[in-house]
Design a protein. Structure first.
Length: 434
């Protein structure tokens, strides 16, 4: 590879030039191995925020990050592989019923997930509320579970050797005001997903007050970029844009959300969670080339069977009672009428303050903490009835959680034009191979 230097690469992007493949490879590799200083990568990241990157640059940046670590390989399995990623939202427990449901349809689902930071919960935090369940398993054990006809789904932690450049770069961006760049966000997500070795991928890109992308235009741009990255890397990829102005389902919090996911697998659960689970499952099954209706696998109990197998395979007891919070408080409806707004961000912050989330990486979370919704937009409520239940082991947090919810609720005399929740699935994004 030809020699390069950080300053010339920074200047090129600062001045609006398109970086060459060699320049990108050098910069990512040099930063990962400490040959490019943090302040130099900060300057380059800021130049990317201001000047952007085109499709080729973004694909190469993603490729360079993947090449700093290992790639998993699940070829040779007796099932087609397909994965799912969500950009995160309040009450988003969809991965929990989705992975075993798609496995019940005949696919292998190697789901590498993370822990939460801030108000969006982490899938691993949720599952760790199940007694005995372990997030860390080796690749060999993953293959065994994925090949098992009774299993087929794994939800586990990604190893530190999967796109290690991303971990260093993400931490730097978080402290230098360079998070808000669609090429950098997309490459951060997709470098790990492509390195995970799946043949197909479905993306759930959230949009709204409780999502990272607040506007539909931003969400569409991010979804398109990520679908392009997957497609260019040879991974069949599609995305759904889904609404996140109101919490998903009726719970936000670790064990609370696991309980709700099990309700869905048992044939019940909130209608919006069922709707999104089935929509994503149908996309995943189609990409895997399987001719199975996920609704049938949910209705006849196969998905629940695969859930139990999945939990047991990682040391958990699917029959054990889930943890519950020591203290519960109730937030009453402020008036009689129709609930027209329940802000997702506020509910997420309340759950976080109650102990369901963390303020720094590695901090503990409370398994039983969170918020339960007793009504959703469109429901009629009576003044004084419990609207939300606040769950925590630390009752001194109730006041701060209530403060987060102070402006989150609107009750009107009549429903009006916007009285009920709007469409959950806003758009499907797919692109052609270049």
């Amino acid at each position: 590879m030809a020699a390069h230097d950080a300053i010339s690469i920074i200047r090129a992007k600062r001045d609006g030039a398109s970086l060459s493949d060699e320049q990108i490879d050098w910069a990512v590799n040099a930063f990962t191995h400490g040959e490019m200083a943090d302040e130099q990568m900060s300057a380059l990241a800021m130049a990317i925020v201001l000047r952007g990157m085109d499709r080729r640059e973004t694909a190469r940046w993603t490729h360079a990050m993947i090449e700093t670590g290992r790639r998993l390989d699940f070829t040779g399995l007796p099932r087609p592989t397909v994965d799912k990623h969500s950009t995160g939202g309040v009450g988003d427990k969809i991965t929990l019923p989705l992975a075993p449901l798609v496995a019940a349809c005949g696919a292998a689902v190697p789901q590498l997930s993370g822990r939460g930071l801030g108000y969006t919960g982490g899938t691993l935090d949720k599952l760790e509320s199940i007694p005995g369940w372990q997030a860390d398993i080796g690749v060999g054990r993953m293959r065994e579970i994925l090949a098992d006809p009774a299993g087929g789904a794994v939800i586990c932690a990604a190893g530190a050797d999967l796109a290690p450049a991303d971990k260093r770069l993400y931490a730097l961006r978080d402290t230098t005001g360079t998070v808000e760049s669609i090429p950098l966000i997309a490459s951060s997500i997709m470098s790990k997903k492509i390195a995970a070795g799946t043949a197909a991928l479905v993306l759930d890109v959230k949009v709204g007050s409780g999502a990272f992308m607040r506007t539909r235009d931003e969400a569409h741009a991010l979804a398109t970029t990520m679908v392009e990255l997957g497609t260019d890397a040879g991974v069949d990829t599609v995305a759904l844009l889904t609404a996140m102005d109101t919490p998903l389902g009726r719970t936000a919090g670790n064990a609370l959300e696991v309980g709700e996911a099990v309700e869905v697998l048992a044939g019940g659960g909130p209608a919006d969670v069922v709707e999104l689970t089935l929509a994503l499952a149908r996309e995943m099954v189609a990409l895997a080339g399987l001719d199975t209706d996920p609704a049938d696998a949910l209705a006849d109990g196969r998905a629940m069977d695969h859930w139990r197998t999945m939990v047991r395979a990682q040391g958990g007891d699917p029959a054990a009672p889930l943890p519950t919070a020591a203290h519960i408080d109730h937030l009453p409806a402020p008036a009689t009428g129709v609930l027209t707004r329940l802000d997702a961000l506020a509910v997420g912050i309340a759950a976080w303050r109650l102990g369901a989330g963390r303020t720094r990486q590695g901090a503990p979370v409370q398994a039983g903490a969170g918020v339960r919704l007793h009504a959703v937009p469109g429901d009629r409520v009576t003044a004084g009835q419990p609207l939300l239940s606040l769950h925590t082991d630390t009752p001194e947090t109730f006041d701060r959680a209530r403060h987060a919810l102070a402006e989150a609720i609107t009750v009107a005399e009549e429903a009006g034009e916007h009285g009920a929740r709007g469409p959950l699935i806003l758009e499907r994004v797919a692109v052609d191979r270049p």
